[in-house]
Ligand binder design. Structure first.
Ligand SMILES: [Zn+2]
Ligand SMILES: [Zn+2]
Ligand SMILES: [Zn+2]
Ligand SMILES: [Zn+2]
Ligand SMILES: [Zn+2]
Ligand SMILES: [Zn+2]
Ligand SMILES: [Zn+2]
Length: 1777
């Protein structure tokens, strides 16, 4: 609630509150029957005090309980409520029904095997405890509104109980639970329920803003505070409201968002409080602002609703709302109380005087409080509605007795409720009408409502009322594209209601009563009324001449059809259950059809084909209106299917009505539709545009065809079975406009070409239709088939196109009203499920024996599917070496009512057509012949032969195709003549001809008449042979041709590759060594390679390296002095390796990157696609990209995948995301000055002495100049000062170590190279710290070194995580990148200010060198917090510069791996082992003392010594063996990183063992390569005094001891664990369940969150994509996920959107993408958006892939790639997620 203005007087009067007095008073009132008055007297005082004082919600709740609810509860109970309630609970019968009310987003489960309909669901608890867990189930998320059906015997076919709600006791329906209540309690409860409900309803419906209902006016004058109350509607957008509010009530954006959120969630919010004038003013502004906006938005007809309300009114309303909740709570305490409350609310009439205040018709005058609430629904604001619906669900719907009562009441007012809902502007979910699903889906209730309340009629008539405004002048429905009013859409919800009511059909004959029959038929009549206004909708006329100017509207009609689909199926099902009902419905439908025909003309004309004459209707499809909306005709066809079951036929006397149509008239509408579609195929309707094509598409589409196309074909088949076959064909020819084509003389040349082509295509379509009518019998009732046969055939045909995944296959199959395809029952019979290789989808493959079911003319194929399947089948047969013919399969037998259809096959007209087409085939010239016609004719003949076989077998002599065909000069001889005919040059048609002749032969043998049997055989075999040799010859020729073409192609390809080599040969874009004879000379000696120290092996120096620029294609030698070459690279800040998730780099400008903390909470990572360019080529390319993008206005920017403001660009070759380039430096050994340096001999201890002295003296000097800043506090003193302090022998050698070579010839860096070195350093600095570039900052060089270390560590961890070898498995690209990074870091000192390098070196060393405590820089961190690999890298890179004399500008200061480096290495390793030993955490209990080990013993001694020095006393002592194993494993990551680093510095090839995946001696090998003692204890024993003292000083330092104390922050221990994304549960529903209890962390009333999103990096759940959780981030408002990614992943994030079941990747504030989740169903498929609802399980491989994406820093790259290729992603505002 909004805050009251400051300083307003709150209610200061102190009221005495004495609960016993109050209760006494109420008791008196109650006895007098005036409890309401008594309550009001109490409320008028206390309600304003509690709810009118702007208390915070907790306090308000407390006060409300104390002064209001507790007294009421105690009054009702007449004693201690807790005791009373528990007594009441005891007499309750344990509830059978779970009734758990779902919150939005909660998971629901439906059993596909056992649920009566898909709306029957379990809650998760019930489901987990039910046997359905083992069935085929579907999971979903609830939209709120609904409850668990567990225990409802009507909801489930079997097992309605879970083990929690099992019916342990007989439910005794006879006992009224009210009778079990104590009488006095029942009396008080009745009075209290009535009074409080009365009060609550009065107040919530109260329309006045200042006055209160009588009896509630406050006793004393109250402060005159008003509130400006803003109400919700679903018309204005969030943004509109927010901007308006900001201006109107002068609040911040955040406040405005909060108000808007409350308005959206609760339906209203106070947006301003103050005097009446102030509020009125605010109201005016809001209204006017919104009005002004009206033009810009789509259909705002009304302004936002704003009221100025008095504080006391608002207070009472707040209380009334809480009272509703209180009632819900009280009635849930006992069955008796619930029943009592429900009966009272539904029976007690409301007070007379209140009725008058309502604006409701007399007819609907509410007879009870409940009815009053129902009817007032749309007048209430959102949260009130929701609370009342919850009260309803917890009350009336939980009690079977009351539910029935309520259902009756609901149905009685159904029409009014729907009318109000249609006019309302709130979503369906907050309308009381949405309760219909809870009532109508209960089968017994629905049947009772139909019988008693004429439910079907009521619903359909209400819908028809809503249809009235949509009718055109002919009384047909007509939708208008420009009508945007949502009212019709809202009315369509009624179609769901009618479906619910029909879902359970009466199965037993006893279920039918006369009343049910009568009222069901009333429903049918209403349905027919609806179908009649749909019949002929959206008629189209062929457009000739001009194209249509406007695409006509067509979607409205199809939407209606779609929504009606299930209802039509269900009505038919009901009709099919009862003979009386079927007869009446059939007659009604015939009459309705008759009436719908009256309007159309019936003119008939004579038609003649081959001497057969009939009268046919004149109606030219090509110029008269045609509609494909024929629901009446189709409904009749659907009913017709069931006639046979009851021994009825079309001509049965029971079905006779006066007004009925002839079969010919029934044929007309569906035939016209078929002809129009055929004409469209022939290109005749081209000018009618896309609207027509869309209609035809949906007409055939799997979603609609069941009640459209399929029914039309059925109607044609019905008529075919009723008419004379000759007449039937002539009618068809006439409508197709093919009468002239059917005349032999048509073929005489001449005439208009175009029309001939059309005629040919129409003829093909006509034959196609004939095939369909003859062959499509897979409908129970048409053919003798079962429903399963039907599905099988659909599946077979889908899989004949190609093998399919489960969801793909399911998508192609029709669904029943329960949304089931029935596929699972049969699919395994016809197909084999091939499990996917690893992560792909599994696919269904058709079993070979089912290929014979394939019909190329299958009527559910689209044209594309038809040709695709045909191609696939031919290919399959060809590979198997079979004949290419695709003959008709044997069709199933027809049922007796359809049996007459086959007569078409041997009627005269059909034979005329056969012979005519065959004659034209044989003719030398024919203008109207086509191979397609010929193939179809053969196909029909094939069907005829199948039927002939069947007739012979059944002894049916009336069907005689064979005799007619064998007549002289008949069909057969014509076919024989065609063998070898030149016109047939396609294999398939020749093979089909051969097949047909073979069939003839077979049929002849059946008839056992020896007529020309011989010739037939010889002919058949002859054609067979002929075709066989022919095929062979052709195949050979084809193979030759193919070979020629292939040769040509590959030649072209070679040329192309030669020209564009880098496109094909990826390795050629990588660096390659120029092979020369030199190489052979410098072979690496076969000794064990050592990278460090005086005995290091020779570098594996090869010749100069060449690289090809991908932009100009020129080759370039890599050198320092030549043209610089660069690699495209991407630099990003990373928290991937962080051991302190959530720790932030907050003070970026003060952050000291020199001492990298061991938790690696932030780092800078570099990646590269490995593509090489000249630096100037790249610069030109990059400038070009920038300019091009900059010239575009912001909103027209083409590219969303890269952000030019962040310097991002795409690699010109691979389009990899990049933001900088790395200069390629040649190998370091090639840069060493010529002339070998003398190797020096210096003990480690002596070296350390010199270093310590240097550091100490450098700081000493610094102390003198305190004004200097931190970085320059360290001024290294010259080497001469140091050597003077050393023993003479040592001093000389120490100096030799730093003998610089001043060489003018080497170390020359070209300008381009310098520039690129600086650029990369600058970019790493700016991107790595997210700061402005600053070349002068001493931090620039540090970042350059540490990004090298960080990238190596990340690579090492990744290899370790995958169990891969250190050198054997790094891709060349990554190796190149690391090499470049290391060399860059090494030469960096050459281009930086040498003073800075020196300072950094001393400062770094100071962290390990003890100095006098007061002199030590306070900034220097504790040893335990240092990351030693970063330390090693930086010290390696800087040490050579330590004593550089500034006067010489060209000095070679490259690290070489010499003794200096070796000692530095030893120092760092020693420190690292101290870290390891001090942080050793003892966790394994069992001691595995295998053998006593001298090395282990020594280490143990050191361990104990160090611990003691550090002041620690270990509780338990590890065994030497364990300690040794531990230390080795802990130091390993460091050694591995060091090996990578030194390999690239020195060029000494690592030993072969490091290429081995399962190297068992890795530790030993690494030590030797790095010239470290294999026995680590040697680093501590007899190493000299200085070293020993140093180690001691580390352990005894104060900062370290503090750090080790118990209350310090978490210490990182070794070996460092590789980070991973959070573990996910195996079962996805666990996640859904988890988020259902997740509430938005921001909203006060712990509201639900709409898009709960889980960060997979840290596991935190966020409230994403919601205004409530938007935050300000760097000056703009962002969603919770973006904000979280900023903190958790340095701007990069990986999330799981739980309700949508998809992965969300984010990078920066503007970019993101969605990926498929790592969850798969049993078919290996994902389910983004949870649309299918199959159970989902975690796929470890997919998740590992995602983990890898994250760990290898590939997320920005992945996003860029997805944005580039998925245009829908570019429209999403990722920052709002
Ligand atoms: Zn449940
Ligand atoms: Zn249950
Ligand atoms: Zn089940
Ligand atoms: Zn170039
Ligand atoms: Zn690239
Ligand atoms: Zn996180
Ligand atoms: Zn939120």
């Amino acid at each position: 609630m909004a805050q009251l203005p400051k300083g307003h007087p709150s209610y200061s009067v102190v009221h005495e509150f004495c609960q016993s007095d109050v209760l006494e008073h109420w008791k008196l009132c109650c006895d007098r029957g005036e409890l309401l008055d008594g309550l009001k007297r109490h409320f008028r005082v206390w309600v304003p005090l509690v709810f009118g004082n702007s208390h915070d919600s907790a306090k308000e709740e407390h006060l409300a309980e104390k002064y209001l609810f507790r007294p009421m509860t105690e009054f009702m109970c007449g004693g201690n409520p807790e005791e009373v309630f528990s007594q009441l609970k005891n007499v309750d019968t344990p509830s059978q029904i779970c009734g758990h009310v779902f919150k939005p987003g909660e998971p629901t489960y439906s059993c596909r095997d056992c649920a009566n309909d898909p709306t029957c669901v379990f809650c998760i608890d019930c489901f987990q405890n039910s046997s359905h867990k083992q069935h085929r189930y579907r999971m979903n998320t609830s939209g709120g509104n609904g409850y668990c059906d567990c225990g409802d015997t009507e909801a489930w076919k079997v097992e309605p109980f879970c083990s929690l709600h099992s019916s342990s006791m007989e439910q005794n329906d006879q006992v009224n639970p009210v009778d079990l209540l104590p009488v006095d309690l029942a009396n008080r409860a009745s009075a209290l329920f009535l009074a409080s409900l009365q009060y609550a309803i009065d107040l919530l419906m109260w329309k006045q803003c200042v006055q209160l209902p009588g009896g509630l006016d406050p006793e004393e004058t109250v402060p005159d505070i008003h509130h400006c109350m803003l109400f919700n509607d679903e018309v204005h957008s969030y943004d509109q409201v927010i901007t308006t509010l900001q201006r109107a009530v002068d609040c911040s954006q955040r406040e405005a968002i909060d108000y808007a959120t409350i308005v959206d969630r609760e339906g209203r919010s106070i947006v301003k409080s103050g005097t009446e004038q102030e509020c009125e003013k605010a109201k005016e502004i809001i209204e006017s602002k919104i009005m002004n906006k009206r033009n810009t938005s789509r259909h705002n007809s009304k302004p936002l609703k704003v009221l100025v309300m008095h504080n006391v009114v608002v207070a009472h309303q707040s209380f009334a709302l809480k009272l509703i909740q209180w009632l819900q709570n009280i009635i849930s305490k006992s069955d008796g109380l619930r029943r009592l409350f429900c009966l009272l609310s539904m029976n007690a009439p409301p007070k007379k005087d209140l009725c008058d205040a309502m604006e409701i018709d007399d007819v609907d005058a509410p007879a009870s409080l409940m009815e009053r609430v129902l009817l007032a629904d749309t007048q209430l604001w959102k949260v009130v509605r929701v609370k009342i619906h919850q009260l309803l669900m917890a009350g009336a719907l939980m009690d079977q007795e009351c539910k029935k009562l309520f259902a009756g009441m609901f149905t009685k007012h159904y029409a009014t409720l729907m009318k109000e809902f249609i006019q309302d502007d709130h979503y369906r979910s907050v309308s009381v009408t949405s309760i219909s699903v809870q009532i109508f889906t209960v089968p017994t209730l629905a049947r009772w409502l139909i019988t008693e309340y004429n439910l079907l009629h009521v619903i359909l008539q209400s819908f028809l009322t809503a249809c009235k405004q949509k009718k055109d002048k002919d009384g047909r429905l007509c939708f208008d594209r420009n009508d945007r009013s949502p009212s019709f859409k809202r009315a369509s919800y009624m179609l769901y209601d009618i479906k619910y009511a029909l879902l359970a059909r009466p199965v037993d004959p006893e279920d039918w009563s006369d009343a049910l029959r009568t009222n069901f038929l009333n429903g049918v009549v209403s349905l027919l009324e609806l179908l009649r206004v749909m019949q002929g909708m959206d008629g189209v006329t062929r457009q000739t001449g001009q194209h249509l100017e406007f695409e006509p509207e067509w979607e409205g009609a199809f939407n209606l059809q779609l929504k009606l689909e299930d209802t039509l199926v269900l009505f038919t099902r009901w009709c099919s259950m009862d003979k009386v009902v079927l007869i009446e419905a059939y007659k009604e439908t015939l009459e309705a059809l008759y009436h719908s025909y009256e309007t159309s003309k019936k003119e008939k004309g004579k038609c003649e084909v081959a001497g057969h004459t009939t009268k046919s209707m004149k109606y030219d499809v090509s110029n008269q209106p045609i509609s494909i909306h024929l629901p009446l005709t189709r409904f009749l066809a659907a009913l017709h299917l069931h006639l046979e079951k009851f021994d009825l036929t079309f001509h049965s006397p029971e079905l006779m009505t006066k007004k009925r149509l002839d079969p010919v008239d029934l044929l007309e509408p569906p035939l016209r539709a078929q002809v129009m579609i055929a004409q469209t195929q022939a290109g005749m309707w081209r000018r009618n545009g896309f609207a027509l094509l869309n209609q035809i598409f949906f007409y055939h589409n799997v979603r609609c065809r069941g009640e459209m196309y399929d029914r039309d074909i059925l109607m044609l088949q019905i008529v075919a079975s009723l008419l004379n076959p000759n007449d039937f064909i002539v009618h068809l020819l006439n409508k197709f406009n093919l009468l002239h084509w059917a005349k032999p003389e048509y073929d005489i040349p001449g005439g208009q070409e175009d029309s001939v082509r059309q005629t040919v295509m129409l003829a093909e379509e006509f034959l196609n239709l004939l095939i369909i009518l003859l062959e499509e019998r897979y409908i129970p009732g048409v053919g003798s088939v079962t429903q399963q046969d039907v599905i099988k055939r659909e599946i077979v045909h889908q899989l004949c196109i190609m093998p399919m995944a489960h969801s793909e296959l399911a998508k192609g199959l029709p669904v029943d009203p329960n949304s089931e395809t029935g596929m699972e029952d049969v699919v395994n019979e016809v197909a084999e499920f091939k499990k996917p290789s690893s992560t792909g989808k599994g696919k269904y493959d058709l079993k070979p024996e089912y290929y014979k079911m394939y019909c190329p003319y299958f009527y559910h194929y689209t044209k594309a599917e038809q040709s695709k399947s045909e191609e696939a089948q031919r290919k399959r047969k060809k590979q198997a070496g079979e004949s290419q013919a695709l003959p008709p399969p044997v069709p199933p037998p027809l049922t007796s009512q359809f049996a007459a259809i086959v007569n078409i096959l041997h009627c005269d007209v059909m034979f005329h057509i056969f012979k005519m087409v065959l004659t034209r085939t044989a003719a030398q010239r024919s203008r109207s012949w086509s191979e397609a016609q010929f193939e179809r004719i053969l196909y029909i003949i094939g069907i005829a032969l199948h039927e002939q076989k069947r007739a012979f077998k059944e002894g049916n002599t009336s069907y005689d195709f064979l005799t007619k065909a064998m007549k002289e000069d008949g069909l057969l001889s014509k076919l024989q003549c065609l063998v070898g005919n030149q016109n047939l040059n396609q294999d398939p048609s020749r093979d089909l001809l051969a097949w047909s002749l073979k069939q003839f032969a077979e049929v002849c043998t059946l008839k056992s008449e020896p007529v020309c049997l011989e010739t037939l055989h010889s002919l058949a075999s002859c054609t067979d042979q002929k075709t066989e040799t022919e095929r062979k010859r052709k195949a050979e020729m084809a193979a030759k041709r193919r070979a020629r073409v292939m040769a040509q192609i590959s030649k072209m390809q070679r040329n192309f590759i030669a020209e564009n080599s880098e496109l094909f040969d990826q390795t050629s874009t990588e660096l390659k060594t120029v092979t020369s004879d030199m190489d052979l000379g410098v072979m690496v000696p076969p000794t064990f390679p050592v990278a460090l120290g005086p005995h290091r092996s020779q570098a594996n120096v090869t010749g100069p390296i060449q690289a090809t620029c991908i932009l100009c294609q020129e080759e370039q030698e890599i050198s320092c002095s030549g043209k610089a070459m660069v690699l495209a690279a991407f630099v990003q800040r990373s928290t991937v390796l962080s051991q302190s998730r959530g720790k932030m780099l907050d003070k970026k400008d003060d952050y000291d990157p020199l001492f990298v903390p061991v938790d690696l909470f932030t780092g800078t990572h570099v990646s590269s696609c490995g593509h090489v360019m000249h630096h100037d080529c790249w610069q030109r390319y990059f400038d070009n990209v920038m300019n091009k993008e900059r010239r575009r206005p912001l909103r027209f920017r083409q590219s969303f995948s890269y952000d030019i403001d962040k310097m991002e660009y795409l690699c010109p070759l691979c389009e990899g995301l990049s933001n900088t380039v790395i200069p390629i430096v040649p190998s370091l050994p090639s840069l060493y000055p010529a002339g070998n340096k003398k190797e020096v001999d210096l003990r480690f201890d002596d070296w350390l002495d010199g270093i310590e002295k240097t550091v100490q003296n450098s700081i000493k000097e610094a102390q003198d100049k305190e004004s200097e800043d931190d970085f320059s506090l360290f001024q290294p003193c010259p080497i001469s000062t140091i050597t003077r302090m050393m023993a003479e022998s040592v001093a000389k050698n120490f100096q030799l170590l730093w003998e610089y070579v001043y060489d003018d010839a080497s170390g020359h860096f070209s300008e381009g190279m310098r520039e690129m070195l600086k650029k990369f350093a600058r970019d790493v600095y700016a991107f790595g710290l997210s700061v402005e570039p600053d070349d002068e900052s001493p931090r620039v060089s540090i970042l350059a070194w540490s990004t090298c270390a960080f990238t190596i560590q990340s690579v090492e961890q990744n290899l370790r995580g995958e169990g891969k070898s250190l050198f054997g498995s790094i891709p060349t690209r990554q190796a190149d990148l690391i090499g470049s990074l290391v060399r860059f870091a090494a030469v960096c000192s050459q281009v930086m200010n040498p003073d800075m390098v020196k300072q950094n070196c001393v400062r770094l060393l100071s962290a390990l060198i003890p100095c006098d405590s007061e002199k030590v820089n306070k900034g220097s961190p504790c040893l335990l917090d240092l990351d030693m690999f970063h330390f090693l890298t930086i010290v390696t890179m800087t040490l050579p510069s330590l004593y550089v004399d500034q006067q010489h500008c060209i000095v070679n200061t490259l690290p070489t791996g010499d003794l200096n480096n070796q000692h530095a290495m030893q120092l760092v390793v020693t420190a690292h082992i101290v870290q390891i030993l001090l942080t050793f955490a003892w966790d394994t209990e069992e001691s595995m003392d295998v053998e006593s080990d001298s090395e282990g013993e020594a280490l143990l001694k050191i361990y104990l010594q160090l611990q003691k020095t550090a002041g620690l006393t270990p509780e338990k002592v590890p065994s030497p063996y364990q300690l040794l194993q531990y230390v080795r494993s802990a130091v390993m990551p460091f050694l591995r990183c060091a090996a990578i680093l030194y390999f690239h510095i020195t060029g000494v090839s690592p030993p072969d063992e490091l290429h081995d995946h399962f190297c068992t001696k890795e530790y030993e090998v690494l030590c030797r390569y790095l010239s470290l003692p294999v026995n680590m204890s040697e680093l501590f024993e007899s190493v000299g005094d200085i070293t020993t003292a140093l180690i001691k000083s580390w352990c005894s330092s104060k900062s370290l001891r503090d750090r080790l104390s118990a209350n310090s922050e978490k210490i990182v221990r070794y070996p460092i664990v590789k980070n991973d994304l959070v573990p996910l549960p195996v079962d996805y529903s666990e996640l859904i369940n988890k988020v259902s209890t997740f509430t938005c962390p921001k909203s006060k009333d712990s509201d639900d969150s709409r898009a709960p999103t889980m960060c997979l990096v840290c596991g935190q759940m966020l409230c994403s994509q919601s205004y409530c959780c938007q935050k300000d981030l760097e000056g703009s408002s962002v969603g919770a996920a973006t904000e979280h990614a900023y903190f958790c992943g340095a701007g990069t994030g990986v999330f799981l959107r739980v309700r949508d079941c998809q992965i969300l990747l984010l990078a920066g504030k503007t970019k993101g993408c969605f990926l498929a989740p790592p969850y798969l169903d049993n078919y290996g498929e994902t389910d983004q958006g949870l649309r299918r609802g199959n159970p989902l399980h975690l796929c470890e491989e997919r998740y590992s892939h995602l983990k890898k994406l994250w760990f290898t820093h590939a997320i920005p790259e992945t996003i860029a790639h997805n944005l580039e290729f998925n245009s829908s992603f570019t429209t999403i505002e990722w920052q709002n997620l």
